[in-house]
Write a protein of this length. Sequence first.
Length: 544
Amino acid sequence: MPVYTIATIPFPDQKPGTSGLRKRVQVFRQPHYLENFVQSIFDTIAAPPDATLVLGGDGRYYNREAIQVILKMASANGFGRVLVGKGGILSTPAASCLIRKYRTFGGIILSASHNPGGPGGDFGIKYNTANGGPAPERTTEAIYAASKTIMQYRIADVASEIELDALGDSKLGDMTVSVIDPVSDYAELMESLFDFAAIRALLSNGFRIRFDAMHAVTGPYAREIFVNRLGAPADSVINAEPLPDFGGGHPDPNLTYAHELVDILYGDNAPDFGAASDGDGDRNMILGRHFFVTPSDSLAIIAANAHLVPGYKQGLAGIARSMPTSAAADRVAAALNIPCYETPTGWKFFGNLMDAGKVTLCGEESFGTGSDHIREKDGLWAVLFWLNILAARRQSVETIVREHRARFGRNVYSRHDYEGIPGDAANSVMKLLHERFGELQGAQLGNYKVLFCDDFSYTDPVDGSVSIGQGVRIGFTDGSRIVFRLSGTGTEGATLRIYLEAFEPDVAQHHLDAQEALAGLISIALEISELRQRTGRDRPTVIT
Ligand code: G1P
Ligand code: ZN
């Protein structure tokens, strides 16, 4: 196998702290660029000879080309076998499932998650370890360091394309390429966790669902599970064909980007239940008829109803939520008398807790929910969890949410995103907030009195590692909260997120619109951060 020594290998400039490399497609297409990062992964993880790797992606533009390169490099780097999804397709949760089920030496997932795809869109690559989860920070930092000094990479000298569209094994040098069905192992895992018979009965009883795959990776998974295995009518799954550019859309399941589904669920003759997933299938949005379930509430409701679901009826070890996620889940954990962990943003922080058996369920306000069945968040899993609850309770989505709030109180919640603002402006807002910690402490702001303000830091209870600077928190005496955080995933300018939360125990107020109920906190947030003055923006780009 030839070893290519390159005089100048472009430097991938991975954002430190992130789980992989995410860039514009044209950046990835520079000569040797992808190869640099892949070789840096292989050099860092030092797989034993003949190791097995999982490989697949969300089908976005450049997915197939990248898979050809990675297969040839895996062969030249001594891997014994690669399990690759047919057509190069694997959702992120399915890849995690395969890594665990076949005990492989991890896997490479090609995706830029919910970022737009196509020749002008984004592409991404990350390595997941043998537990099925994103590589920990020490590994991603080592890959990053390697990518800056790398001088050569190894690639099999094979001109022909490797067949990805027919199931079965073929040889690439000494390595076996096994093209596998991307859906069946995952669907089997879902069937082992949820009461498919009860959901089938619900659907055959006239309960109507609509799942929007947003022309991304979950289309084939949703068809197999909802239509083939659960008997839903074929038109229950919309935008089911994965397209390299996601049909020009932005495959992010939120109220702004999944507007086609939102219009259906808020329209006349709306179905009973709606859901959507993102580019690579790890996010979820849950809707009822004329009703939106916030991801924070969804986590809490899933936890409170887990005893109705076969895979979880033996009880939950604990719950974990990211810091900006509302404390609704904490109230359920307290009632169940189980621990609730508050972690920094990003799924990787949940992995240690799950591996140590400390938590069963995890969630983030950013439409990510999951459990210890894999080590990624899982969009279709969350949808099936809701369908299982609905099948067991035979109530509407709205009734289930209202009853939950009546029992636990309502954590009114919203996130305001200011996307694509200049980096300097974003940094100056964060700096100002830090400078104000002293004066804010104990201050009375409108109806709210500040109890504490800080920059969130986290000590991992399993390995003791410390993560600092995870977001500015302003907590108020009544349990309300404002959080400011800079996004770590955007590829264009900076994105500033403001997370707003108010606790409302009074059932008589539970009908209020979230923006209305949070108006006081919203104006405090704008005032203390001078966000409008410093960014020149007078409204957020996305409100969730
Ligand atoms: C966003 C979400 C975060 C999620 C991440 C990856 O990151 O906010 O919860 O884990 O995407 O899906 P952010 O852009 O805020 O850094
Ligand atoms: Zn995703």
